[in-house]
Design a protein around this ligand. Structure first.
Ligand code: ZN
Length: 250
């Protein structure tokens, strides 16, 4: 954990010191990688794998998610708990329900908008480019929940930390770089963050057996041989896209 905090502080230091240069796009790429690893750490804290105390894990995950990564812990935890309760079960696992990606023929047919239907029909081609948007999607989904009407535990803490993170980040980026370069920096950082996060989620679902919503499984079968990308690297490719992607976490 300390190593990641040092890495994060180091990236911010290098960014501020480097000033107005296109080399900052390299900083954006490094930041995307460090933030993804930081998010993984938040995930592990949420699973109570860092401290003995549940409270310490809970608050660590909240601070990592909201203040460091800029994603709402409350929004994500609720979704993630449902995912682990019924991994890859249709109708129950929120991580296999997306607008632009279908996991079953039924999901591919459910859209009425012609553009989304076309997108889903060609998802083999669009899968990796779409992942570039996953970072923005994660930030916006959390913001919508925290500032929306649905019940959120510790709403004030969550919203304050999110505002500090997102406002502070934008203030630093736009104070170091001129507006045009700052926007390109954000596009690269958010795009690569989404690609890395999405490429890490995908091996849990793509090509894994799906469970029908009607099938009742006992706890052991539900959890064994189900998704669980614990550590190491996975290389995978879509047959049509023809590109191998390496997703690593440690
Ligand atoms: Zn998990």
């Amino acid at each position: 954990m300390l190593g990641l905090l040092v890495a994060l502080a180091g990236v911010v230091f290098v960014f501020v010191k480097s000033g107005n240069t296109w080399w900052q796009l390299v900083t954006a790429a490094v930041l995307a990688g460090v933030l993804t690893q930081t998010a993984f750490l938040g995930h592990d804290a949420a699973h109570r794998q860092i401290f003995k105390s549940g409270k310490w894990n809970d608050w660590t995950s909240l601070i990592i998610a909201n203040l460091l990564v800029g994603i709402s812990y409350g929004w994500w935890r609720k979704k993630h708990t449902r995912h682990h309760a019924n991994p890859n079960k249709q109708g129950s696992d929120p991580d296999i329900h997306f607008t632009a990606v279908a996991f079953t023929p039924d999901q591919a047919q459910r859209h009425s908008h012609p553009f989304v239907r076309w997108l889903v029909a060609h998802q083999g081609w669009w899968f990796f480019p779409i992942l570039l948007l996953e970072g923005i999607n994660l930030h916006i989904s959390g913001i919508r929940r925290v500032f929306g009407r649905e019940r959120v535990e510790r709403r004030w803490v969550e919203s304050t930390l999110l505002l500090l993170r997102i406002g502070g980040y934008l203030a630093i980026v736009f104070s170091v770089l001129p507006p045009g370069k700052a926007v390109v920096f954000l596009i690269v950082q958010l795009g690569l963050f989404g690609l890395y996060m999405g490429a890490s989620f995908a091996p849990n679902h793509v090509g894994m057996p799906l469970v029908s919503s009607k099938l009742k499984l006992d706890f052991l079968r539900r959890q064994v041989n189900r998704p669980g990308f614990v550590g190491g690297c996975v290389v995978y490719a879509t047959s049509r896209f023809g590109v191998a992607v390496l997703a690593c976490r440690w």
